[in-house]
Design a protein. Structure first.
Lengths: 431, 248
């Protein structure tokens, strides 16, 4: 045990003196977390929490246009702009502003849109009333080319276009339903209904609605994915696996400066030194993980981001992070053993971690990756680490939910250590 | 009491090698002797030392160090010997003290023992005032001396030195040689390789010249000079037996 402790102390002294290595382990992942959380904050909000300026050219000036405007204004996503400097927005002005990129979305409500909707409602009401033997409303043929037209900044993403389109469609449908209810009321001599009753009709016509509910009664436990919940654990794991650079570099440097030979010449020392190194770097990675969590808890809120939620069983992160740290350390040990020079090990170590992180869902959540990539991700230890942490901080899972993840990481670590041991034993030593 | 080293018919061929590194080498080193193992480049000196330390296994033949077999008892041998490699086998970013403390711990020594042994050796090799300086900042001669101290912390019965004075200044060389003489005087066995024949003449009781993995000749430096025709110095004897052709 004294030999292991001596190795841990020695590694600590060496790390303390390697300022660049120290920065790489703590400062770089911290910067990465802050930057990525800020950069990905908007995409993670998925357009639901954002407010967009929406240009509106109203050529109708009647009920449909008013209801669309009112609906868009009621929703929290749009800031409806129908005039600039007191002048109403024309079709040409709207297109010019979008083309310049000043605004991202605009809609043009055509002249006679309300009349067309009323005509459509009358046709429906008349077809019903004919069967019931009650009066008829004026109607004419439906025009084919009557559309509320949408225009987008050419740089807008398809998901953004789809989101706006759905929202607008909802308000038009809602407006048409209201008009139809009004027509039916007129036929049935129900013009006298007050607005409160009108609201009841809205509910009746809504039929089965949609209501999102939380899985847990307590609001604090209902964490959904956001930029912080994804980026803090993701880049913390990435930073942990970047330990491959100092570990492999350290091992190769010790072989090159021959201090590894000194250890080899001391009876029974090799195993203790290996254990000491593994323990030291595992502890270091674990500390690194919780420092990154601390950044999520206390630093990110200073940038107007939500604080990291550690879930209801936050303590599970300790054994889980130890397993991730073991896998990261073992991978570093493996790279340091297999490669002979730092010129080989450093680029391989760094690039392989980037590839494994991309495969493992560090850059973007796994859910949006193609099925094939989701299956390939299973070979990335970073995936097992991140998925385990998500079980804890997003799904409030306890230890039973991460046992499989921990086992996979530990088995992987053991396999990598055994390969490293074999490679080191097989390597020709010489004084 | 067995000899310090008994090597019989050692053979070793490295993977991809054209010629054998050792080709039936036999030699004996008595206890409390300073034996110089001499030979041109590629003669097999380093392979012989590697086998004695248990770092390399011979293809054939036997090697016993302090009565222990170099293949089956290599860990026991490493406890009893100190090996001073030609290159500086120390942690460059640790100070001398930190190196010795760590290496001492790996040998299983207690703090007090390390303090005492390292303290004495640092003083004798003139490094006591620089013990807190990092090895990377030492001069070549200081590194060589620190390298020797690290190999002697566990007080081995025998030390094996591979060119311990290569590339050092005159003062450091003189200090190292004086130290080795003192160490020998305390009853320790020393096996020593060098390309510097003057050094071997100065400190060795006996030299063994090997070439192309084979034993060539042995004897005390004085006897070899006397018994070899037209030779006035050990260097002449060396050239007489190994030839003038350059070895790579």
């Amino acid at each position: 045990m004294k030999k292991i402790i001596a190795t841990i102390i020695k590694e600590w002294i060496l790390l303390r003196r390697d300022v660049a290595g120290f920065l790489l382990l703590f400062i770089m992942p911290a910067i990465l977390i802050v930057v990525m959380a800020l950069v990905q904050d908007a995409p993670f909000k998925d357009y639901q929490e954002l407010r967009f300026d929406l240009l509106l050219a109203d050529n109708d000036h009647r009920r449909l246009a008013q209801e669309i405007k009112a609906g868009l204004r009621q929703g929290k996503n749009f800031n409806v702009i129908d005039s600039i400097d007191g002048a109403p927005i024309t079709n040409e002005k709207l297109k010019a502003l979008l083309q310049k990129g000043t605004y991202r979305v605009g809609i043009i409500i055509p002249k006679g849109a309300t009349a067309e909707v009323i005509n459509a409602a009358n046709i429906v009401a008349n077809s019903i009333s004919k069967k019931m033997g009650i009066g008829t409303l004026p109607q004419r043929e439906i025009r084919d080319s009557m559309y509320v037209r949408m225009y987008f900044d050419p740089a807008s993403k398809p998901t953004f276009r789809m989101s706006i389109s759905f929202a607008l469609d909802k308000y038009i449908t809602y407006s048409c339903s209201n008009l139809l209810v009004g027509r039916m009321s007129k036929l049935g001599n129900m013009e006298g209904i007050d607005s409160a009753q009108g609201d009841d009709f809205k509910k009746i016509f809504q039929g089965i609605g949609i209501k999102e509910e939380a899985l847990n009664d307590k609001a604090i436990y209902n964490q959904t994915i956001n930029s912080v919940q994804h980026n803090v654990p993701a880049w913390a794991i990435f930073g942990m696996f970047f330990i491959v650079v100092p570990i492999a570099g350290n091992m190769i440097r010790e072989r090159e400066e021959r201090s590894a030979l000194r250890v080899e010449l001391i009876p029974y020392a090799y195993t203790y030194v290996a254990l000491g190194k593994i323990l030291f770097y595992t502890m270091l990675c674990t500390v690194q993980f919780f420092v990154m969590c601390a950044i999520g808890l206390w630093i990110l809120p200073l940038f107007d981001l939500p604080a990291l939620n550690m879930g209801t069983h936050g303590w599970v992160l300790l054994p889980l992070s130890i397993c991730i740290a073991m896998a990261a350390t073992a991978y570093g040990y493996f790279v340091g053993s297999v490669f002979k020079t730092t010129n080989q090990a450093m680029p391989f170590g760094a690039i392989s971690v980037v590839i494994l992180s991309a495969m493992g869902g560090i850059w973007v959540p796994m859910d949006i990756l193609p099925q094939a990539m989701q299956r390939i991700a299973m070979i990335s230890p970073l995936h097992w680490g991140l998925d385990g942490i998500n079980q804890v901080i997003l799904r409030n899972g306890s230890i039973d939910r991460v046992v499989l993840h921990m086992c996979v990481l530990v088995v992987l670590s053991i396999v990598l250590w055994l390969i490293s041991l074999y490679v080191n034993r097989d390597r020709q030593h010489s004084i | 009491m067995p000899n310090a080293i008994e090597i019989r018919e050692l053979r070793k061929m490295y993977k991809g090698g054209w010629t054998p590194a050792l080709d039936g080498l036999s030699l004996t080193v008595r206890r409390n002797q300073v034996m110089g193992l001499l030979g041109p480049n590629g003669a097999g000196k380093t392979t012989t030392i590697n086998i004695m330390c248990g770092l390399v296994e011979p293809d054939d033949g036997t090697a016993a160090v302090l009565g222990k077999d170099a293949v089956t008892d290599k860990l026991a041998i490493r406890k009893m010997i100190g090996v001073v490699p030609q290159q500086i086998a120390l942690f460059g970013n640790l100070s001398a003290w930190e190196n010795f403390r760590y290496i001492g711990k790996l040998y299983g020594l207690g703090n007090a023992t390390i303090q005492q042994h390292a303290g004495n050796l640092l003083e004798r090799l003139g490094l006591d005032k620089h013990a807190d300086k990092r090895i990377a900042r030492y001069s070549g001669g200081m590194k060589r001396r620190a390298n020797i101290i690290a190999s002697l912390l566990h007080e081995p019965e025998m030390i094996i030195l591979d060119e311990p004075t290569a590339g050092v200044d005159v003062q450091s060389r003189a200090m190292i040689l004086d130290f080795l003489k003192d160490y020998h005087a305390q009853g320790h066995t020393i096996v020593y390789t060098s390309h510097l024949m003057e050094e071997a003449e100065q400190i060795c009781d006996e030299v063994v010249i090997i070439d192309e993995g084979k034993f060539v000749v042995n004897g005390s430096p004085q006897a070899l000079v006397q018994n070899t025709p037209d030779c006035k110095r050990l260097e002449d004897v060396f050239l007489h037996y190994t030839g003038h052709s350059v070895r790579d």
